[in-house]
Design a protein around this ligand. Structure first.
Ligand SMILES: [Zn+2]
Length: 236
């Protein structure tokens, strides 16, 4: 296997040229110097469209990648700015990381998966990242996932309930899909306005396709369901 392919695979990068991989003895980390392939250069960090180059930005920067064994890995590259017609002067896109992220897509995916399988504390210790970073990674991975996946698709039989947290002082309204068994929506609050926001997001057309709604006897749920789901049977 050519060493370039080998390094690309190890670093989890695509459309990227790996120029050099070195051990930074001071920091005790691997640093992979990379650059974009020609077709990926000068693209807007937000919309990915090709744009004229604006300037060199803040120069070279680093993105944390997945560890090699127990040694941390960073990708290092130029981070020029481009001038996008829609988004103005903006840091150019890189294929290995999300816009404004300090971690590679591979790293993000790994942490997001860990967050679904283990405690947040375990994820912070294993990945050597801050508590806040786990939250930021989940947020950006979810934003991408949400674009590809419609949680409301095919929704006909739902359950609505409230769950308390902070020792019963705060509440979330949650909606589950009885057919898939999945949580489809949740928001802070337990009142008509909160549940109304779910039906706003679902839209009138899809609300009309709901056939069954299970809920407890709460009057605020019953009144919103009666108003927004004309074809649904309410059940306990
Ligand atoms: Zn743009």
């Amino acid at each position: 296997m050519r060493s370039l392919t080998l390094w690309r695979t190890l670093l989890g990068v695509d459309k990227t040229v790996v120029e050099d991989v070195d051990l930074d003895l001071v920091a005790g980390v691997f640093v992979a110097s990379v650059r974009l392939t020609r077709s990926m250069r000068n693209r807007c960090g937000s919309c990915q469209k090709r744009c004229p180059r604006y300037d060199e930005g803040a120069g070279r920067r680093r993105w944390r990648g997945l560890d090699f064994g127990s040694t941390r890995v960073f990708l290092e590259a130029d981070a020029p700015r481009v001038s996008c017609r829609e988004h103005g002067v903006i840091v150019a896109a890189v294929p290995w990381a999300r816009h404004q992220a300090g971690h590679t897509r591979h790293f993000d995916s790994y942490v997001a998966w860990l967050a679904t399988q283990t405690s947040k504390t375990a994820a912070t210790q294993l990945m050597r990242i801050a508590w806040r970073t786990v939250g930021a990674i989940i947020t950006r991975v979810w934003a991408d996932t949400e674009e590809l996946h419609d949680p409301f698709a095919g929704l006909t039989r739902i359950g609505i309930d409230e769950v308390s947290f902070k020792r019963g002082r705060k509440f979330l309204t949650v909606v589950v899909d009885h057919d898939s068994g999945r949580l489809v929506w949740a928001a802070p609050g337990q009142d008509r306005a909160t549940l109304g926001a779910f039906f706003d997001a679902l839209g009138a057309e899809r609300s009309a396709l709901i056939t069954h709604v299970s809920a407890d006897g709460a009057a605020w749920i019953a009144s919103v369901v009666a108003a927004r789901c004309p074809n649904a049977v309410r059940c306990a």
